[in-house]
Design a protein around this ligand. Structure first.
Ligand SMILES: [Zn+2]
Length: 406
């Protein structure tokens, strides 16, 4: 299992210069390599030149230029990333049958990076040079030396093997280091055996139905009461955007306003992540099995005119968090119901399917058994039942298999 952890780092001025130089050189080399690759591609055969060819052409990148320091190993990886980007593109054209036109830029084709809009980050695979001193809260990074990090970070387990790191800078000038680890998975897939040897005889199952107003409604009828962070910050955001529109392009004050807007967006995103992390952790501790509906969040926000609140509550992120947090705990499982599963239209009491249920009907009234229940709670109970059937099927498959082996 691959686990990555992102920690805030506090590089000093000279270290910041090296990091920023590395961003610049990586972007420069990427653009040069891409430019030449496209030339060769237009001539009929894709040839990605070597990093060394670019370095030797530009004097300021040579090793003799002692005044310009950057992480050479990190820049060396750029070619690999470009190759990866091209192979991803070839995969898409193979599956979707898109034709490449000379000079054209089809979807998914590797792009040039710009200083203003591209993400500032670089990866380093030189992990033998990376050490963490937990006592003094410093991490030794390639080319940079010892860098302070957030002292509130927890220690990483000894059996995690570091694969690579990524250094990045946010738009609000904060520096981060993502550490990517490989570790033993204590639960290799959930099979019937786990289910049968589970020391707990009764499973705690929770069904979760998406709700755009309060994130979700669960099968016990609870709602998490999601605070709408985007909406609550909207007044200030609108004020700043109004101010921005009146300021002159390129002026010092305009840049200040841009920075304030970025900080505000960063704050909204941090508030949301904090809330979702705490919520998903508490749910995964309480329930063995969680069943969530398999809706496509992107489609949802576009079709139903619920854009703002759907994007605001981040249900998709929440679902991913539940998934990886459940995977880490033995005997825990998360099930995503299949897209066709009619969780809203089915009666949770008798199983009758109501085909004419409208989106505006907030209360589910069953024509067959007369059950009257809140629409979202009904769907969540159906998801819980779906999970129950799913688990029984897994256990039954396991029992069948062990009998046929005997
Ligand atoms: Zn019914």
């Amino acid at each position: 299992m691959i686990i990555s952890r992102k920690i805030r780092i506090y590089p000093d001025d000279s270290q910041q210069t090296i990091i920023n130089n590395t961003f610049d050189v990586c972007r420069f080399v990427w653009n040069k390599l891409l430019e030449r690759s496209i030339e060769s591609f237009d001539d009929g055969k894709l040839i990605i030149p070597n990093y060394g060819d670019i370095i030797s052409e530009y004097q300021f990148l040579s090793k003799d230029n002692k005044g310009y320091v950057f992480d050479r190993h990190a820049v060396n990886n750029v070619k690999q990333f470009l190759r990866l980007s091209f192979s991803k593109y070839f995969d898409t054209i193979r599956t979707k049958n898109i034709k490449y036109r000379k000079g054209g830029k089809p979807k998914g084709f590797p792009r040039f990076k710009s200083k203003k809009f591209s993400k500032n980050s670089y990866a380093s695979y030189h992990h033998e040079n990376i050490h963490i001193d937990y006592m003094n809260h410093v991490i030794k990074l390639p080319c940079l030396g010892w860098v302070e990090y957030n002292p509130r970070e927890k220690e990483f387990p000894d059996d995690w093997r570091l694969l690579h790191i990524t250094i990045s800078k946010s738009s609000t000038n904060k520096y981060y280091c993502s550490l990517c680890f490989e570790c033993e998975n204590n639960q290799i897939g959930y099979n019937g055996l786990d289910f049968l040897i589970n020391p707990k005889q009764t499973l705690n199952i929770l069904g979760i139905d998406y709700s755009s107003s309060s994130l979700y409604v669960d099968s016990n009828g609870n709602q998490p009461g999601y605070p709408k962070y985007y909406r609550s910050n909207q007044k200030r955001l609108r004020m700043l955007q109004k101010r921005l529109s009146r300021q002159q392009k390129g002026s010092v004050n305009r840049n200040k306003t841009i920075q304030q807007i970025r900080i505000l967006y960063g704050k909204i995103s941090n508030q949301r992540y904090d809330f979702l992390h705490k919520l998903s952790t508490s749910i995964t501790k309480m329930f063995d099995v969680i069943c969530v509906e398999g809706i496509d969040m992107k489609n949802m926000s576009q079709c139903l005119h619920l854009g703002k609140s759907t994007m605001d509550n981040g249900f998709g992120i929440f679902r991913n968090m539940l998934k990886y947090k459940q995977d880490r705990i033995p005997f825990h499982l998360m099930i995503t119901a299949e897209k066709w599963f009619p969780s809203s239209k089915t009666c949770s009491c008798c199983g009758n399917i109501k085909h004419d249920l409208m989106l505006k009907d907030r209360v589910y009234k069953c024509d067959h058994c007369g059950n009257v229940i809140d629409r979202d709670v009904n769907a969540a109970i159906n998801l819980k039942q779906y999970a129950f059937i799913h688990i029984n099927a897994i256990a039954q498959r396991f029992i069948d298999r062990s009998f046929s082996m005997n």
